[in-house]
Design a protein around this ligand. Structure first.
Ligand code: SF4
Length: 400
């Protein structure tokens, strides 16, 4: 029985391939993930398979681009409109992705996709060159057969964004053998901060889930909505170190976006407090600390909107990712509720080539953040004008 990491590394010929791919993305990634994979042997072969698959999808995307089609490396799937929590400031609720009303009196437009339909969408997107799928919601672990779906595509990588309170014993048991799934748990900061936004006891449950996943050898991370109420908490090294001890590899810090969804008749819905947004000075302070922590420590930190600059601005509308709602509508990103195509009756290729996506990608200025945490949010009128001009519809099921 192989006992040391070195023996593992010597035995298999090509962990270097995994390292090469991660180095190509960001050397910080390979510095963190390769040693972790070697410490968790069940991921070694899977890691190499995923590295090879990433190279293949990169080639597919390059060929598609040469043929005029922009295929993103990632697709965000809001796999369910159901959630067991009702957090203050839930963006999924604001844009109408979340809909906890009973399914029985569902209208067609409100029908959410079933397992087989999601399987077809993932297969279609994979064949075009999508490598990774970010599973959101609602609460993904409320979708029956979630892990089976992920394991059906063992050469694709799945990142599940969860509130950490809905995993069952069966889910935990199954996660002990998954090899292509990472789990990101949402927290806000201290126990008090998380519970005040997400509900009494949620913080404790979220940390228990992280601890159980660590003992099951599942790659984990945390996702935080950064506001001017919690950003200083996350600037303290001791607080980040606390989570690193819980085994997390990734910290996703997404700045608060006061989503105020506007439907096509100009009415607004959603109730957000712009005062929670970071000021440009606070953003700069937070970002410099995040980057310093990323350079020095055992945590891969992702900061949005900051990191988009590396990709030349907002990466929505197929530039870096796109988003599918629980009903199958293809939107530019999770905080946009405008679409022209539904993937239950059209192909992903048609959706990516849609006039809506083309218009957003071609209007470069729409992809610049203008001191707001979200480019599209920073240009509401232009986005609405484009939507009207291409005959887009709202995906907000509450209006149907
Ligand atoms: S867990 Fe997520 S989807 Fe559910 S209410 Fe909270 S923020 Fe919204």
């Amino acid at each position: 029985m192989l006992t040391t990491v070195k023996e593992h590394a010597n035995r298999i010929k090509s962990p270097g391939q995994m390292k090469k791919v991660l180095d190509g993305l960001d050397p910080n990634m390979s510095r963190l993930f390769v040693p972790w994979v070697l410490r968790n042997p069940r991921y070694i072969r899977a890691g190499i398979r995923l590295a090879r698959s990433y190279k293949k999808t990169e080639k597919l995307r390059r060929e598609a681009k040469e043929a005029g089609l922009r295929v993103p490396p990632f697709l965000i799937l809001s796999i369910t409109s159901q959630c067991n929590l009702s957090c203050a400031g839930c963006y999924a609720a604001a844009v109408g992705t979340l809909d906890n009303r009973p399914r029985t009196e569902c209208s067609d437009a409100r029908k959410t996709l079933d397992w087989a339909q999601w399987y077809d969408i993932i297969k279609d997107a994979s064949e075009l060159g999508v490598f990774g799928f970010i599973i959101a919601g609602g609460e993904p672990f409320m979708f029956r057969g979630l892990l089976e779906l992920c394991e059906s595509f063992n050469d694709r990588f799945f990142i599940i964004l969860t509130n950490g309170t809905a995993l069952t014993r069966t889910d935990h048991k199954r996660l002990r053998s998954t090899k292509n799934v990472a789990v990101i748990v949402s927290v806000e900061g201290s126990e008090e901060t998380t519970d005040s936004r997400r509900g009494q006891g949620v913080h404790k449950q979220a940390l228990e889930t992280l601890t159980r996943l660590k003992s099951s050898g599942v790659p984990t991370g945390i996702s935080v909505t950064i506001t001017n109420e919690n950003y200083r908490f996350w600037m303290q090294k001791k607080n980040l170190d606390h989570y690193v001890k819980l085994g997390i590899l990734v910290g996703v810090f997404i700045e608060y976006i006061p989503v105020m969804a506007e439907n096509l008749t100009g009415d607004t819905c959603g109730s957000y407090d712009k005062t929670l947004m970071l000021s440009p000075a606070e953003r700069e302070e937070f970002r410099s600390r995040v980057l310093e922590y990323r350079r020095r420590n055992k945590l891969y930190v992702i900061h949005s909107p900051g990191d988009e600059d590396y990709f030349g601005g907002c990466v929505s509308a197929g530039r870096g990712f796109a988003h599918v709602t629980p009903s199958g509508d293809l939107t530019a990103c999770p905080v946009s509720n405008l679409a022209t195509h539904n993937l239950s009756n059209t192909s992903f290729r048609e959706g990516l080539a849609s006039p809506l996506f083309e218009a957003i990608r071609q209007n470069e200025h729409l992809l610049t953040n203008e001191d707001t945490p979200c480019a599209l949010f920073g240009h509401p009128n232009e986005v609405q004008e484009i939507a009207r001009s291409v005959g887009a519809y709202t995906t907000d099921t509450r209006e149907v």
